[in-house]
Design a protein. Structure first.
Length: 276
């Protein structure tokens, strides 16, 4: 109890899958920089790198040792999440790194029980074992750019999906495929899965196509599309080669400011969900 009534219930960790079946849309860039922006405003964030390319790990400056355990070992049952979590060097932001071993995970998982729920089960065990020193308000899962068992694991574990969508000609076609996948997962594996939002990336105000794509996507999805758009920005492109999120590389550039605004929108939507 508090002086003003009952103590507020502790917030449950929210798991967001950052996913798009199309590559090159800013998915990993969004996972890294949204995670950093959320941490910057006081949230505690865990990024789970489930892409065999491992770009989320390297983009955070995480150097993987030859014997280091990774998300692959979690999926095949050789490690728990809390055994593979790495400090990113950014306050309140941790990472579960990926390794190239994930490329073979689909074949290895074929004979496992609950093969679509390996990540969901690992997150549930982490939540039960979390102490105050390591409790996360958000888990962001960076999915591979394809629909495979790794992506299915991510969507089965997620409360909601966050979709980065590049402002280009075939954007809506790729989005319709993804929405069909989300519906199939909701029907068969994870009834609670929702769309947290769609973020327009690589937006170029000099290009009329970007405006047209933005209008088309908003006309189809309405409020599901964030007001914030991520601009095409050189500093955002440069930052991963230095092993830094753009907010650390150049916190005043337009890309950094956009990700800070996006974090505010995500938090506001989550508050509205909790209040509903």
């Amino acid at each position: 109890m508090t002086a003003n009534g009952p103590s507020p219930r502790p917030r449950r960790t929210r798991t967001l899958a950052v996913a798009n079946q199309k590559g090159g849309v800013g998915k990993t860039t969004t996972a890294i920089n949204l995670g950093t922006a959320l941490a910057a405003v006081g949230e505690t964030v865990l990024i789970v790198d489930l892409d065999p390319q491992g770009n989320a790990s390297t983009g955070l400056g995480i150097v993987r040792g030859p014997k280091q355990k990774s998300s692959y070992h979690v999926l095949i049952g050789e490690a728990e999440l809390d055994q593979v979590i790495v400090d990113s060097g950014i306050p309140r932001l941790h990472c579960v790194p990926s390794t190239i071993d994930l490329l073979g995970a689909e074949l290895e998982l074929a004979d496992f029980d609950r093969k679509a729920y390996r990540l969901a089960d690992a997150i549930a065990r982490l939540s039960r074992s979390q102490n105050r020193a390591r409790s996360y308000s958000y888990i962001l899962v960076d999915c591979p750019p394809s629909l495979n068992l790794l992506t299915i694991n991510s969507l089965s574990a997620a409360d909601a999906i966050l979709v980065p969508l590049q402002c280009e000609f075939f954007a809506l076609e790729g989005l319709s495929q993804l929405l069909k996948t989300v519906e199939r997962v909701k029907t068969t594996l994870n009834p609670k899965l929702t769309i947290q939002g769609v973020v327009l990336t690589m937006f170029d105000r000099r290009n009329s196509l970007s405006d047209q794509v933005a209008q088309d996507v908003r006309s189809v999805l309405g409020d599901k599309v964030y007001q914030t758009v991520i601009p095409r920005n050189v500093r955002v492109s440069e930052a991963p080669s230095y092993g830094k999120p753009v907010l650390l590389y150049d916190n005043v550039c337009s890309g950094s400011q956009a990700y800070i605004k996006l974090a505010s929108e995500v938090i506001r939507r989550e508050r509205e969900l909790r209040a509903a």
